[in-house]
Design a protein. Sequence first.
Length: 591
Amino acid sequence: MSHTFHIPVLGLAFSVDTPLKVAKYGISSVASIVDDQLVERMRKYHLEKNGKVYQEISLKEPDFRSKRITEYLNMMDDFVNEQFENLKAENFENGKDINHYFNLLPDRSSLKQAYIDMMKEKDLVLKHRLQLRLKESMQKGAIDVNIMAKVDKLNFNKSGEEVNSDALEALKGFALSKLNSSVVLSAGMNQRLYAYIENFRDFYPDLVGNIRKRVILKVSDFRSALIQGKMLAKKGLWISEFRIESGLNCGGHAFATEGYLLGPILEEFKQKKDSMLQELFAIYEKALEEKNIKIESRPMSKISVQGGIGTAEEDNFLLEHYQLDATGWGSPFLLVPEATNVDEQTLKDLICADRNDFYISGSSPLGVPFNNFRLSSVEKLRQERIEKGRPGSPCTKKYLVSNTEFTEEPICTASREYQNLKIKSLKESDLSEEEYQREFQQVTEKICLCEGLVTSAYIKNDMLKPKENKAVAICPGPNIAYFSGEFTLEEMVKHIYGKVNLLSGSNRSNIFINELSLYVDYLKKDISNSLKDLNDKKVKYFSKFQQQLENGIDYYKSLIPAIHNQTDIYKKRMMDELLELETKLLKMKLA
């Protein structure tokens, strides 16, 4: 691996073509493939931009959804391979991209050291030989894809018969592509999706043990990783990477994990990784035998972490202390126009925003807490619609339809249809004005993510069609608040590796403290919202949540002295903030 970090999936469209921008430099990234309309439009855009012929895959074609995804991924693979070969063909001259490739590498990389040695070499014959070796050692970044397991709307043909669901069609699109990469499965388990993976040979090892299509599991804790790992191993499917993500200090949907904090979770993985992999391999090997597939040795399985990392010191500590293979840097790359699709106005708003502009909301139609941005144009549009007496959004894509409270056919809770029906029901209920306003706020807080999360890419690339909605939804993690500026790819990579500091002057707390603060605030709000209908079950939940936070605080008290790459002043501040949050937590004790 050329780099020690990857760029995780960013919404629907913010990283949908990021591989085309960073893979040739050895940087891996993840593109969402849930929206076939988006990938089809992006395929048209990039083909025409590169002088290639575009042929539409019509909605009338059988399996159009998976075909669109396959063709888009094949196009990205072709373009990245071409970019990479062109880069490797360059001479090592000033200003050439091939030098940029090596200059972006971390100093601890053996490849970077070999490059430095080559540049210093005076003997021209030996220098040329070293250059050839360098080119042979270069690796392009992976074109990985993301499927949210729970975004899995059922589909039916004209005869009313059930056909592949959205998640299955997305998986099929990836499985039939030319890619030699990974699918990141996120947002919980989906047994139907897991069973479907078994149908594709690329997910199994070949004669020499290589797996062409690999599975990366995004997890929030060790228990979940083990359960899902076993489930997939029984099907002969190996987890090539467990990608641990902070429950709340991340972008997109947030999962509070009942108070389990990142530090203790990483510690558990560190202590139990080897035994877990041994247990999974025994199950995996047996399942392969039943499929008449032989394997010589246990495949590689990496452990990585993402969510809220902000400095090179934090990055290094996480890698070294927890013996991780990689880290993920997501939201900061929204401020890197070279790498992601953020329109000019949204970018300006992100740069000028402060911490209070990023918050965990109830905006998602999935009913899962969602990291939202107060200054986004979709939030402004939502308020305007409420003021005009027309809350809710038109529902065209229907990826997130799930509610059957008022209709036989599922509809989306962000839709105008649902919100009108729900508000009418609230008005007919015997609610006090205070209760009605609270319920009204919860109903109308929902926003259309299907459209909002792709609009920015259409605006930036001048792809917006007449009469299309211009409102942008964006879902950065709260960590982005500490990055104030527009950055180049080189600047962000140098920041990750500690060569520059993009947070100079920022009063930012340690990653673990920031996450703990989010959890304490989350719990306080959750308790406050439940006081009127508090029952034994909720009290038990809150008590367990609080106990886990207290356990995490005790863990951090013992961890702080082990943070070897920070000053005593830094560690004292960390301890002071930890004790302050502990006091705040203790004041929330339930009777």
